[in-house]
Design a protein around this ligand. Structure first.
Ligand code: ATP
Ligand code: MG
Length: 543
């Protein structure tokens, strides 16, 4: 069928298309992470947007590390960021570091001082904060605001030379202390930090602020569309002000709503806290919203790209349901994951009237003929799922019950003849008989049975450790009540021992499967992680 729906542009695409219509020849975006943590699903949204726009408009997208704060940054993060972007399926046109521009940024600061547009301030951070005024009241000028150009040049050079301690002096832009936008009230450009930088070592002890570095870095790379999240809209006048005063390439900033997902925290500070205080097992814990966590959980790059597309590009903040992310994973894995059988909570079944063994043919993936078929051995000792049997079932229970019948997936119909229990009355084994004429969906007398259950052959099944995850937070809004740590879900990880088809154990780490009737699972070095269930069980439970 022809796809006749005309594609609807998002508002950034509209901006780009109108700039192209007005004569703009290039689209050049960038993704600018600060290397102070691992990337999360929010960053993935920004990556898909920036790289996606470059691809769509035949443009370019740079990777730029916004490494202007040596205190929190590290090469460990640089490496993981590159790995994650690659894994998501994107390639940057060129790799940059804001720290590569430190010399140029310094020269431009000197230029602004010479133009009378920047000055060295001796006030403490606290004094600066107190004299900024409020939204209603103007700020007051610093007593150092009218220093001569010569004095400013001298002090700034000595700041760079390391003559002053951290916090002794800052360089500020001379804009307007009564500007209605508080960020324009003589914003800081440089502060003194005597800390080694992961790339520039001890070459610098003054570091540019985000607002002074970001726009100029964009301009140096001739970025046409500098896309960032909504909270930066108040920074835009300052972004434009520096570029205008320096008369350099006019990059422009555009803002979109950041991605928020319920049951999830996304601030790097909070994710770092979860890791450092051992609430999770590292940045790549499968419960984390980090890209490496999602990868460990069994997420595929395609599922994350699909999610970014479904979320779209919003102008206003909103909260996306975690269920949508899970839906996107199911969409992808349904198509690509081979089916297997595994039993997570086993109960033994003995088929009293069956002897020997035989191969039973199973379809690997009904959604993908190319995935072929495999044989599974049938025998007289099996495991089925404990909750596929009920001794006193309610009406309409179609799985196994005393005297009742059920079909084994791909196999025969069995009937439960006897229930064996231990001294405490727990069911330990079911003695069943099979209908020898019931292979391939048939039966001896044409009767149909409603229930179909999965099973494994007890003699050849292999044990594996399976990790089952639940949401990391109990509350839709993890911040509810003030402290996100109070809302951690105490039952977010459960480890069980499953019995698996032997072929599952041979699979390589990273291979994804649908365990029939149970959900999607990814092979890990130790066993399996549950990626997602077959249906949205959470939505049902909580209705
Ligand atoms: P945090 O506040 O958690 O430290 P950040 O925004 O400071 O995150 P950066 O490394 O500066 O993290 O972000 C790199 C890019 O990713 C920025 O352009 C930022 O706007 C974007 N980004 C970060 N979080 C999100 C999000 N939740 N949704 C969309 N884009 C995001
Ligand atoms: Mg940031």
């Amino acid at each position: 069928m022809e796809n006749t729906i005309t594609e609807k542009l998002n508002f950034i695409e509209e901006i780009i298309e109108s700039s192209i219509a007005a004569g703009e020849k290039r689209v050049h975006t960038r993704f600018p992470p600060e290397p102070n943590g691992y990337l999360h699903i929010g960053h993935a949204k920004s990556i898909c947007l920036n790289f996606g726009l470059a691809k769509k408009y035949n443009g370019k997208c740079n990777l730029r590390f916004d490494d202007t704060n040596p205190v929190k940054e590290d090469v460990e993060y640089v490496d993981s960021i590159k790995e994650d972007i690659n894994w998501l399926g994107f390639k940057w046109d060129s790799e940059h570091y804001a720290s590569d521009y430190f010399e140029q940024l310094y020269d431009w600061a000197v230029e602004l001082i010479k133009k009378g547009l920047a000055y060295v301030d001796d006030q403490t951070q606290e004094e600066i904060r107190q004299t900024r005024g409020t939204v209603q009241t103007p700020g007051t000028n610093s007593p150092y605001r009218d220093r001569s150009v010569e004095e400013n040049l001298d002090l700034f050079a000595r700041m760079r030379a390391g003559e002053f301690k951290d916090g002794d002096k800052v360089l500020r832009a001379k804009v307007d202390m009564s500007h209605p936008n508080m960020l324009m009230r003589d914003p800081l450009m440089y502060r003194i930090i005597h800390t080694e930088h992961h790339r520039t070592g001890d070459k610098w002890c003054i570091y540019p602020m985000y607002d002074y570095a970001h726009g100029q870095s964009d301009s140096l790379e001739k970025i046409t569309h500098s896309i960032c999240t909504l909270e930066f809209d108040v920074h835009r006048p300052l972004y434009d002000w520096f570029i205008e005063q320096l008369a350099i390439f006019p990059s422009h900033q555009y803002e979109f709503a950041r991605l928020n997902i319920n049951y999830t925290v996304m601030s790097k500070r909070k994710l770092l806290q979860l890791v450092k205080e051992n609430y999770v097992n590292g940045w790549d814990d499968p419960r984390m919203p980090t890209i490496c966590g999602l990868r460990a959980r069994g997420y595929t790059p395609a599922s994350i790209r699909l999610f970014a597309e479904k979320v779209g590009v919003a102008k206003r903040d909103n909260i996306i349901d975690l269920g949508l992310l899970e839906w996107c994973l199911r969409e992808d894995l349904n198509k690509i994951a081979e089916r297997r059988m595994a039993v997570l909570d086993p109960i033994k079944v003995t088929i009293s009237n069956y002897e020997g063994e035989e191969d039973i043919e199973c379809v690997n993936n009904p959604e993908d003929e190319g995935a072929g078929k495999r044989n599974v051995k049938f025998g007289n000792e099996l495991y089925i799922e404990r909750d596929d049997f009920m001794e006193n079932p309610p009406k309409k229970y179609f799985r196994l019950q005393p005297g009742g019948e059920v079909r084994l997936r791909y196999g025969y119909i069995i009937k439960c003849d006897e229930v064996l229990k231990d001294a405490e009355g727990n069911v330990i084994e079911l003695i069943c008989s099979y209908d020898k004429d019931s292979a391939h969906g048939g039966s001896s007398d044409g009767r149909k049975v409603k229930g179909i259950i999965h099973w494994v052959n007890a003699k050849e099944a292999v044990k594996a450790e399976v990790k089952l995850f639940d949401r990391l937070f109990c509350n839709e809004d993890p911040e509810e009540g003030g402290n996100f740590l109070d809302n951690l879900n105490p039952d977010s990880l459960k480890v069980v021992t499953a019995y698996c088809e032997p072929s599952l154990i041979e699979a390589e780490a990273g291979a994804k499967f649908q365990f029939e009737r149970l959900g999607y699972f990814v092979r890990t070095k130790e066993g399996f992680n549950k990626a997602v269930g077959l249906k949205d069980s959470w939505a049902k439970q909580n209705k």
